[in-house]
Structures are given as C-alpha cells and as structure tokens.
Write a protein that binds this ligand. Sequence first.
Ligand SMILES: [Zn+2]
Length: 417
Amino acid sequence: MSYGSTRYFKNPYNNDGAAEVSQELFKARTLTCVDHILKNLPPTHENCDGGLYVGISGVAYTLYYLVKCGLFPGHNERFLTAAKNYIVVALDYCRRRNKRPQDQVSFLLENGGVYVIACLIFHKLQDYQKRDQYLDEYRHLAAYCEPLSFLDNGSDEIFVGRAGYLFGVLLLQRDLSIEILPEEKVNLLCLTTLESGRKFRSKLKFDGSIPLMYAYHGALYLGSAHGIAGILQAILSFPNFLNADANSAKAVKSSVDYLLDQCFRNGNVASDLDAALNPGRERMLVHWCHGAAGVIYTFARAYLVFGKDERYLNACRELAETVWQKGLLRKGPGICHGVAGSGYVFLLMYRLTGEQKYLYQAERFGGFMFTEKFSEGARTPDSPLSLFEGLAGTACFLNDLMQPTKAEFPLLDVFVD
Ligand SMILES: [Zn+2]
C-alpha cells in the first residue's frame, strides 16, 4: 500500500464528486477543535510568543472570526470572553517586551498584529474606547515602516515588513468601516514598497524582465510568507493606489507576469528565484508559505484586479490541481504548511469559479484531517493549537467550509474591496 511521499499523503479520493458539506458534522468538528484549544492553551505570557502566527493572539482572532461569521450563536458569549482573555494577556506581553518600534511593526509576529486583533475584539465588545486606543497604537506604527529599509533583513514581506502592515490596515478598514490611515499615507507605504523592490532588483545581475524583487535574510523568496508573491498580493489589494499611479501599476503587473511566464513550472512556482532560474535545483513546495498554496492568491488577486484575464485564472486552476495531488501534507492541520492551508485553495477556487468540484475537494480535505490515516501519519507541529500551524487555523477553515461563498484565508482576504 502506498502512503505517498515523505511530504504528503497520496490523495485517496476521486477528483470530482458531489459537493455536500454536512453542517452538523462540520459544526461538531469545528467545536471539537475550539474546545481542545480552550482547554489546553491557557492565556499566559509563555503562550504569547510568535504573535498572530503561533501565539495566543492568533487564537483570539479565530474566536473573533467564528463570532463574526455567526454559525455558532449559542457560543458567541463564551468565544468572545475567551478572545478577550487571550488578547489582554497578549497586549500585556507586548508592553513588557518593549521591543524597538521598527520591530513592533510586525503584523504576524509582534505588536502590529496584536493591536489589529485587539481593535476587532474590543469593537465586537462595544468597548470603543479601548478599540480606539489600539487603533492609535497601530496608526502610530506607520511612521516606523516608512523608511525604505527600516529593517536590516528585508522590510517588505508579510511577517515583519510593510506588506504585513498594509494587510493589517485592510483588515481593520474592512471590519470596522473606519479610515485607518489617510489615503496619502497608504499610498506612500505602497510606493515605498515598490521603490524598495526596484532598488534591490537593480543590484541583481540577471536579465529577467521583472522590475521588482525582494530579499528576506538574503533569500529571494517567491512565495507568500517572505516573498514577492505576498508583497504583490498586498499592493494589488489597494486598487486606488494602482489607479492613481500608472507607473506603479505597470511594475506590479510586469512582476506578476514574470512569475507567471518565467517561474511557473509543472503547476507550481519554485520557492525562490534561484531555484526558478535553475530547474532541477528547485524545491517545489505545496505550502501557503512557500509554493502553490500561497502564490495562488497573488494570481487570484491579479485576476480580480486586471480585468479578469483568463491567464491568471488558468494559473490558479493549475496550482489548485497541484494542491489536490500533493496537498495532503504531513506537516499537520495548519494553514501555513498543512492540510487546512491546502483546503483553503479549493475554497478560493470555489469563490472564483462557482464550480462544485472545488467545494467537493475542499470538503474532502476537511474530512481527511479526521481520518485515522492522518492522525497516525501526520507530524505534530511545534505549535499544534496555533492559527498558522495548528488547530486555530483549522477551525477557521472548517467554519468556512460551511459558508463557502464567504470563505477567506485568515487575515489576508483576497476578495477585499
Ligand atoms: Zn509554512
């Protein structure tokens, strides 16, 4: 019997079938995840490290999200109370650590993201004074990510850089319907991100037609987590900026097209530029952080922004097929490099195309995480209850299976207006 490769389980399912998501079953599964988290993850300073990515503030987001979506009305009060308990401790942890302001900017690992989720939770609790306090904290961070190279090892990606900060602005704007920053400030951050990419690109000795490139700790990543795909997705999420600046719009589009025309191979995009330019050396990962399950969002956003050009949608279809083949990952149930992250790809495709096949595929991946094969053959991630590596992200995915027309990858909505 074949158990697939070391990275993933062999997909045991037919690739198409009836799209039936049992509300009863997936509600129970979602609640099982949440109750397991609440029971085993106390709100303590030891559990704060890693911000939204693997700390308790990410779990607070999951609880907020479940309340916001409204599929568990009988649990809202208990979820919101737990969310508040987590975020209050996470805020205190940020205060005590007192990091350098430029390091506090970080959306996925440090204060930035914690402030964003605090705003959302206090808003839900109708504590508008506290909400505004943390809104100001978040606004205050903008000044620290304005300098071109405000960090030493890459100032633009999603985890610690400007793209992450911009995603925080988008999330707040969308859920609170409040202007977070004046448009000139947002545009300046977008423009600085492009300048940074141009500057780094100009120093590279290769003749590819890509006008932008970025490095993070010396690696020229192409994917979502630390790479250009995530940065481009962020910039593509500010259509007002692109509409007002034709030059920037052109640079963004040329960069997306370079990824599509020159880096796309065998239904995937290599994890870094070096691998993309030297086939054979490539590590083709099927993760959100590196590879198919993440770059798909950049092409999806390009499809939505650039006049529904079918080339981008076709790329998404190919990436989704790769995820279907190789996305039952052994690294666990998370959204960063786990099965829920793969499952989100099919929910994205379902929203883009309305095709039942993708909802069926999402449901299959949602079910696989509850099989014996998975519990026996998957590894336990370092942070098994967290938003990006563990069950908190899984809970978001299971919730979204039940409301597929509204499904969104946590914190980084590709359908944002
Ligand atoms: Zn990952």
